[in-house]
Design a binder for this molecule. Structure first.
Ligand code: 2XP
Ligand code: FE2
Length: 335
């Protein structure tokens, strides 16, 4: 990834913009230009769970929700069972105040953008699979938390931008993950862009995603939200370039090749064994080996926001979609 568009974290430029030392985790933040007031903070606030929540449009298509126009005969059931289990677990706990999602197909070349539009509404279309995903969305943004994340990220020296265009068309990776996690759309959302271009540059800038994760954690703690975080990423990412007549023909679905599959399993074995800090280097190796979509940084952001918890992740499902690897994984915070 190009560094041309990035201020160095902690650079003289960013330091000169800071009103004071960056707030420490959990402390009351020093004011920043876009810092939100801490009103409404609750004592049980914090990141209450994090999920790897991939967004293949096929999974939404297979469910036939009324909000998606195309109809299907089903398919990709095991992955959808994983999401069903995720929803069951979320429903069994205290309701979160907000779902915070980082997604790879809202690509921003200059800076990390956060959607600050209060009530995005429109149709999200998958540009490669418009035959599968034309989804009518209508949701509420937690604007106070969105602005707090921007304020904290600014304070840590990241280049940021608030998206305030009410006509924004929200990308399918954001909408897909949010639908699969909460098809009722009754929990407010914060949506964060992927500040990279995975198709032009070869090296992923995962270090910066660690900083964005830290900023997200500070903002969640400062505003006192009970937040569930979603990393909207597939794993191995080589895929077929032709589609069967029946897209949900499961007799055609399998890993792209054995190498991709084995590396997905290597990553997931480490996830299941824990602790999550093992993934800090393994994510990069897995990207090198499989073109993993985690190159967009969503998974690194998630685990950094959770401060690399000393726990194993719970793999709720693994399956392929047009040959790519996809896993639904839950991490709970440090005990
Ligand atoms: O990566 C994506 O978002 C795609 N549309 C490819 C489809 C399935 C990926 O896992
Ligand atoms: Fe994707």
């Amino acid at each position: 990834m190009s560094r041309v568009f990035h201020a160095q974290v902690g650079s003289a430029l960013s330091r000169s913009r800071r009103p004071g030392p960056p707030p420490s985790s959990g402390a009351v933040a020093s004011p920043s230009p876009r810092a939100a007031p801490a009103g409404g903070a609750r004592p049980d606030g914090g990141i209450v769970a994090g999920y790897l929540a991939p967004h293949p449009p096929h999974l939404v298509y297979a469910e036939n929700p009324p909000r998606n126009e195309p109809r299907s005969r089903g398919g990709w059931d095991v992955l959808r069972w994983g999401y069903q289990e995720l929803r069951r677990r979320m429903a069994g706990r205290d309701r979160p105040d907000v779902l915070v999602v980082h997604a790879p197909h809202w690509i921003t070349m200059v800076g990390h953008h956060v959607n600050c539009v209060a009530d995005p509404r429109g149709v999200s279309v998958e540009p490669i699979f418009p035959n599968l995903f034309r989804y009518h969305y209508d949701f509420r943004t937690d604007v106070e938390l969105a602005e707090a994340i921007l304020g904290e990220a600014d304070g840590l020296g990241l280049v940021t931008s608030a998206l305030r265009d009410p006509g924004v068309r929200v990308d399918y990776a954001t909408i897909g993950a949010l639908h699969l996690v909460n098809p009722a759309w009754d929990i407010p959302v914060v949506s964060i862009s992927a500040n990279n271009n995975p198709y032009f540059y070869s090296d992923a800038s995962l270090e910066e995603m660690e900083t964005l994760g830290e900023a997200t954690r500070r903002a969640v703690e400062r505003t006192g939200r009970r937040a569930v975080l979603l990393a909207s990423n597939s794993l191995s990412h080589l895929h077929w370039d032709t589609e069967p007549d029946l897209p949900e023909d499961m007799s055609r679905e399998h890993p792209y090749n054995q190498h991709q599959y084995e590396w997905d399993m290597r990553l997931l074995d480490a996830v299941r064994e824990g602790p999550s800090s093992r993934l800090r280097t393994l994510i990069g190796e897995h990207i090198e080996q499989t073109e993993s979509e985690t190159k967009a940084g969503s998974l690194t952001w998630l685990l950094s926001a959770m401060d690399w918890p000393d726990v194993a992740g719970d793999v709720l499902a693994y399956g392929t979609v047009i040959g790519t690897g996809n896993a639904v994984v839950e991490w709970m915070p440090h005990g």
